[in-house]
Design a protein around this ligand. Structure first.
Ligand code: SAH
Ligand code: SF4
Length: 364
């Protein structure tokens, strides 16, 4: 077990090797408190205190994929499927714009059919017109062809989130069916395509999965750094009883442990990559009240108020007990602002909030 002194040494020397990362992920007690304190100080002094809002719109829960962990996988017949109308999405975009969010995330189940690709293209155009091109758009719609990624980029999508889910291929394999539609190599290729095209590229993982240990998570942290990623959205895995992975729930850490592991991941990543955007994700809040606030304190700088019209939310349950399913958008925004101020951080309204990492990457 690392001592307080060991943690200080590692951070001072910026010694982020696989073995030190694994050890940091296993710290507890005073040594862990030191890690959190150092990450918080580093965040304030180096990364800054600004927190950006991204309005999240869950466009559709129709998905062609069958990931073993996800509640909206195509084999789950108990989900009522929906797709928002163009008007509903544009209304959410206007709300985000009016409230100074400057940016929205459109997330959806994965579909690559022409109808879907065209619909997203149309949405991008409509949002652009409705918000005079002032609202930045992040897409999170899974793997697509180069042409699709390029087309959406040309229509004004600036950022793309595609979690690798688990960066160690063996673990990835255990979480996805081997049916040709869920290939690790393809996911990696997609991440490279996104970067090539010019997207600010985000990825991430789930934390506390069955079959996962701290060595896997250390590899995930190194993966983010090697890929030179601009944004990270990661969060605890939360089991869903209508999914195949549910049978392995006895193998996952307790909710308490998953929460602290997630906070360690945020803190360490902030120390490793001071200029990227890190999201305080909904799953962090789902697993523990005050979870997002803690994540912001130790290094996250993005929150994503949910702008999906309330009546659809109960059908976008990637995992159980997702919060905010009964709140309306205004409520959530107010709560988040209060929470950010309570963490002694600033709400950066009206700013696009591009990661400084991305800006530097463009200059090089
Ligand atoms: N279909 C797209 C985007 C929507 S899913 C995609 O898969 O990329 C968004 C994220 O939800 C996934 O990347 C996954 O990391 C997360 N997710 C799915 N099921 C989850 C679960 N049971 N617990 C925690 N996160 C989950
Ligand atoms: Fe579909 Fe994404 Fe869920 Fe996988 S994680 S089943 S791609 S929505």
């Amino acid at each position: 077990m690392l001592t307080v002194h060991d943690v200080r040494e590692i951070l001072l020397n910026r010694d982020y090797s696989h073995s030190t990362l694994t050890a940091l992920l296993e710290t507890n007690g005073e040594a862990l408190q030191t890690l959190f304190d150092e990450a918080e100080a580093y965040r304030r002094n180096v990364s800054g205190t600004r927190v950006y809002f991204r309005g999240l719109v869950e466009l559709s829960n129709i998905c062609a994929k069958d990931c073993f962990y996800c509640g909206v996988r195509c084999s789950n017949r108990s989900v009522q499927r929906y797709t928002l109308s163009l008007e509903e999405v544009v209304e959410a975009a206007r709300f985000a714009h009016r409230n100074g969010f400057a940016s929205m995330v459109l997330q959806s189940g994965e579909r690559a059919d022409k109808r879907f690709v065209d619909m997203v293209a149309e949405l991008l155009q409509a949002i652009h017109i409705a918000t005079r091109g002032e609202l930045h758009i992040t897409l999170s719609m899974g793997e697509q062809s180069r042409e699709t990624f390029q087309r959406w980029y040309d229509l004004g999508a600036h950022r793309y989130l595609l979690r690798i889910e688990a960066s160690v291929p063996d673990l990835y394999l255990r979480l996805h069916p081997e049916d040709g539609k869920h290939r690790y190599e393809h996911r990696i290729e997609s991440l490279h395509l996104l970067k090539d095209i010019g997207y600010q590229t985000g990825t991430g993982v789930m934390i506390g999965l069955p079959f996962q240990d701290t060595a896997h998570l250390a590899s995930d942290l190194l993966f983010f750094r090697e890929l030179d990623i601009d944004m990270v959205g990661m969060g605890p895995y939360i089991e869903h009883d209508q999914t195949p992975l549910f049978q392995y729930r006895h193998l996952i850490p307790s909710t308490e442990e998953r929460f602290w592991l997630s906070m360690k991941m945020v803190a360490i990543l902030r120390l490793m990559m001071p200029d990227i955007n890190i999201a305080a994700t909904t799953a962090m809040q789902a697993i523990r009240e005050g979870g997002r606030e803690f994540a912001l304190k130790v290094g996250a700088n993005v929150v994503m108020p949910n702008l999906t019209p309330t009546r659809y939310r109960e059908n976008y349950l990637l995992y159980k007990d997702k919060p905010g399913t009964a709140q309306d958008a205004e409520d959530t925004t107010e709560n988040l602002t209060r929470m950010i101020h309570a963490a002694r951080l600033e709400v950066a309204l009206g700013e696009w909030g591009d990661s400084t990492h991305y800006q530097k990457r463009l200059i090089q």
